[in-house]
Design a protein around this ligand. Sequence first.
Ligand SMILES: Cc1cc2nc3c(=O)[nH]c(=O)nc-3n(C[C@H](O)[C@H](O)[C@H](O)COP(=O)(O)O)c2cc1C
Length: 294
Amino acid sequence: MAVDPQALLADACWQGVASAIDPAPMQYWPIIDDVAAATRTSGDQRAQARPLSSRTPSPIAQVPAGPPLADVILNRRSAQRFDPRGHCAADKFFAVLAATLPGTGAPWFALAAPPRISLVLFVHRVDGLEPGLYLLARQSEHRLPLAGRYSAEPVAAAPAGLPFYCLTTAGPQELRRLARAIHCHQDIAADACFALGMVAEFSAPIAADPAAYRDLYREAGAIGQVLYLEAEACGMRGTGIGCFFDDPFHEVVGLVGEAFQTLYHFTVGLPKADTRLGSAPAYQDRPTPPVLTG
Ligand SMILES: Cc1cc2nc3c(=O)[nH]c(=O)nc-3n(C[C@H](O)[C@H](O)[C@H](O)COP(=O)(O)O)c2cc1C
């Protein structure tokens, strides 16, 4: 016979006072307001953004023609799972990395600050590359400090002009375990073709101007957007990773102190559909976008 809990408690006499579930609510983090106030840019400073003409053009040609840009943007999703057997062709991999180099085009012209972020990659399955830790030095002077405890050897298979270095090769299983653990034990970091950390010049620019803290995150966001779209355009898929353990990552690379800090991570791989989720066509009623040229 089914018991009706409400009927059972109809004559109950409540006593005492319920305790708060969380006396120090986790959603209240005053340090976030403090950081927001401390890193605010004054109107005067904003006017000093660099003129576009002072930007360094990207040394590498951009990705070969793919699907129309509007389709890539409108169909982009974050991958939820990756095929752990998926491989990435070397030309796609290098094209995706080349697109993240600072240049004169979108989205880089929207950033007022100079480029201060380089990428440290966990390469799991890219054709022609041994699994290991690699560095894309988006600023040439990052090569030495970000080599950490390694020697940062140029990678012969990389296109000329791409500042891409091998820090160390690693056993595939060991590398998968390491990547998973560093990214809050998320499988996507192990099953991706590659995962990466965006490592930024940190203490010096912030000491010179606390507003640089926000610029670093703007740059990381722009790199993330480029990775999302480039991955999609070459038939793979990306996922931004905000959950990672920064200090163990710094330790793996051999970074000491706060001169450089990792800010945001990313994974790219061959997506696997989650059959538990339904899917509906996106933007069904959108007007046909104009064809963009140039
Ligand atoms: C800053 C940022 C951090 C994220 N961190 C994670 C993460 O740690 N793990 C994860 O599985 N997805 C992560 N994601 C992906 C989000 O879950 C995903 O963007 C969100 O579900 C919206 O889906 P969509 O990108 O397909 O629109 C992150 C996305 C962003 C932009």
